[in-house]
Design a protein. Structure first.
Lengths: 277, 351
């Protein structure tokens, strides 16, 4: 086990300030051969070390279809993430273990309409799948992204969202919680906009959602009210993790290891877990 | 596997142990401040292979150390160099004398979690290179309840060599595995004579029955398993966990608890990463950056502890995550007994 806990060194290729408290770190393995071997699928995560400060769990926010790098988007939320924001700059080195966990059910969503529902930093894991699906666009039918944040400044990936808006094969709906002078589109929490504006087609649609726990909760309630089946609602869980290997016991919910059996679950699977997340 | 049984007397057993110590790296219970912990020993004068169960730590730290270095690293402005730490001192060929049955059994339970999906190769190597010699207890201690659990204490095969004190000063030494058989064939034959299984059986049975009759605590754990799984929301967990000071001692002495944390220590450019024991009773165990904690209350953490031991691990790996050794109860500073907790929650009465 100890050997499995030793990270590999990555160089920070680029730091992007997404919002006042979210930065995206674009990473490349120092050992170039490693980048070839590091294959991952949307939904998987890594253990990210700022050596001396600690190790944290972050989803991979980019898709393996975009070669030569991977992204982690990190919100300043605790001790290690604050240290990461303060001390990591382009050219610095960090430790990475992974990829870990399962991935979004790529076979199940093929040939379906896709509806992504994201909130705040919750767009990060969805972005990996969105990029993957854009890069395999012909495999899917209608493609809708609903994304919300507290304020317009808190919207992540602003440049990339513009690209999505310019892409005629995607429908992008953005919302913020409260009105702002310069904001001309939707205002309201994500579940409300989902029900009132997006009004999704239920048949043959898979919904992939991630955001703050409270948003996920109300989004799932809205989706069920709209008539979606539990098996067609897919989310990715945030739990405290450390080893990523199904050993350290931290991420257990009942007999489920979120780090191994998840982090991606359908609502059908979530319903069978003890109410502890 | 050939089952081999030898018979000798106490003097023969001592000679057998001394022969092992002379030719193998040996660990046995060593006393310090009235308590016993497993240490490397060279002679019987240093240790007591029949140390009292209530005062002896488990053998788990010889396979899963309390706090182990994962790696060291040097991080300077020119780059980061990571190195794995020195040779694993626990991976050498070795013999453990005086492991209690419950502690030997605990390793069989731990094997399940260490060998699923990602294989913990360090643990596995330590297991493979160790021969475990275990003496069957003659009497249960106040907090023992191994015979209540779902494993066969009488025919336990978790040790490589079984030692039983029979009648009239006779001592039986039995191989339980190939590793044990190899050890006996090189070390015991000079000090003991072979007996047939049939000849030894009545005396072994008699000893086991006397032992099994000495338990204060008895419960049907198959009933506990099924009842606990249906009462996630019972308020009883609040009642039973009230005195807990969340010190995690129960988990640290438990032979089956295996939760750990990873932590860094860095001074100037040089750092160490450790893997150390942790516990689900710890209030920070599931606390996430940003403040969300799925188990913010003590009763929820106690529920996790009880459920993981008697429901979740059983569902996942087919075993209770408890061997009935009573170590947690003995060590608890506020006298919480897992036996009583589970009994009260699942069955609804104190014993």
């Amino acid at each position: 086990m100890e050997t499995l806990l030793v990270p590999m060194i990555c160089k920070v290729d680029k730091v992007i300030q997404e919002t006042p408290d979210i930065r995206t770190y674009r990473l490349k393995f120092r050992d170039e051969g490693m980048m070839e071997k590091f294959t991952f699928l949307p939904g998987q995560f890594v253990e990210f070390s700022l050596l001396g400060s600690g190790e944290c769990t972050f989803c991979i926010a980019s898709s393996g279809t975009r070669k030569g790098y991977f992204d982690c988007s990190i919100k300043k939320a605790g001790v290690v993430t604050a240290d990461i924001h303060t001390s990591i700059e382009e050219g610095d080195e960090v430790g990475i273990r992974g990829p870990f966990g399962n991935w979004f059910p790529l076979e199940d969503i093929k040939g379906k309409n896709l509806l992504f529902v994201g909130g705040g930093i919750g767009l990060a894991p969805l972005r990996s799948l969105i990029q993957y699906c854009i890069d395999n666009r012909s495999d899917y039918k209608d493609f809708t992204i609903l994304y919300g944040a507290r304020t317009s400044a808190d919207l992540c990936y602003k440049d990339e969202i513009k690209e999505w808006q310019d892409n005629k094969s995607l429908k992008v709906v953005l919302t913020i919680d409260k009105p702002e002078d310069t904001w001309t589109t939707h205002v309201g929490v994500v579940p409300k906009i989902l029900e009132e504006i997006v009004k999704p087609v239920i048949e043959n649609t898979k919904v992939i959602t991630c955001g703050p726990p409270i948003m996920i909760k109300y989004t799932i309630q809205s989706l069920l009210k709209l008539g979606f089946a539990d098996k067609d609602i897919i989310t990715t869980l945030e739990m405290k993790m450390q080893c990523g290997l199904g050993k350290c016991g931290r991420c257990n919910i009942g007999s489920t290891y979120v780090c191994k059996d998840g982090p991606v679950f359908t609502n059908e699977q979530l319903k069978n877990l003890p109410d502890e997340f | 596997m050939s089952v081999e049984t030898f018979v000798t007397d106490k003097a023969g057993l001592i000679t057998f142990y001394e022969a092992i110590m002379a030719s193998h790296e040996t660990y046995a219970p060593v006393e310090k401040f009235g308590k016993f912990d497993f240490k490397q020993v060279k002679s019987l004068a240093e240790c007591d292979p029949e140390s009292p169960i209530a005062k002896t730590q488990s053998i788990k730290p010889l396979f899963f150390p309390r706090s182990a270095k994962v790696m060291k690293y040097v991080a300077t402005s020119t780059g980061t160099e990571v190195s794995e730490v020195d040779e694993d001192p626990l991976a050498v060929k070795r013999v453990i004398l005086g492991a209690k049955h419950c502690d030997a059994r605990a390793l069989q339970v731990l094997d399940k979690v260490y060998n699923w999906d990602y294989i913990d190769t360090d643990y596995q190597k330590r297991r493979e290179n160790t021969v475990i010699i275990s003496t069957r207890c003659d009497k249960a201690d106040t907090h023992c309840f191994c015979t209540s659990l779902d494993y066969d204490v009488e025919n336990l095969n978790a040790m490589d060599v079984l030692v039983v004190h029979g009648s009239d000063g006779k001592v039986y030494i039995k191989a339980r595995t190939e590793k044990g058989s190899t050890l006996l064939n090189t070390e015991v034959t000079r000090h003991a004579s072979r007996v047939t299984e049939e000849a030894a059986a009545p005396d072994l049975k008699k000893q086991y029955e006397a032992f099994a009759g000495s338990f204060r605590l008895k419960m049907d754990y198959s009933e506990v398993n099924s009842k606990l799984s249906k009462i996630f929301d019972t308020p009883e967990f609040e009642n039973v966990s009230g005195n807990c000071v969340s010190c995690n001692t129960c988990a640290f002495v438990c032979p089956t608890c295996h939760c750990f944390k990873i932590s860094d220590e860095k001074i100037k450019d040089t750092g160490l990463r450790y893997k150390s024991y942790d516990s689900c009773n710890n209030g920070y165990f599931t606390l996430m950056a940003g403040g969300h904690n799925p188990r913010p209350a003590k009763y929820r953490r106690w529920r996790q502890r009880a459920m993981h031991k008697f429901v979740y691990y059983k569902e996942r790996f087919g075993e209770n995550l408890c061997v009935g050794c009573g170590k947690c109860t003995i060590a608890c500073p506020v006298n919480i007994s897992i036996f009583e907790v589970v009994n009260q929650v699942a069955v609804g009465s104190r014993q």
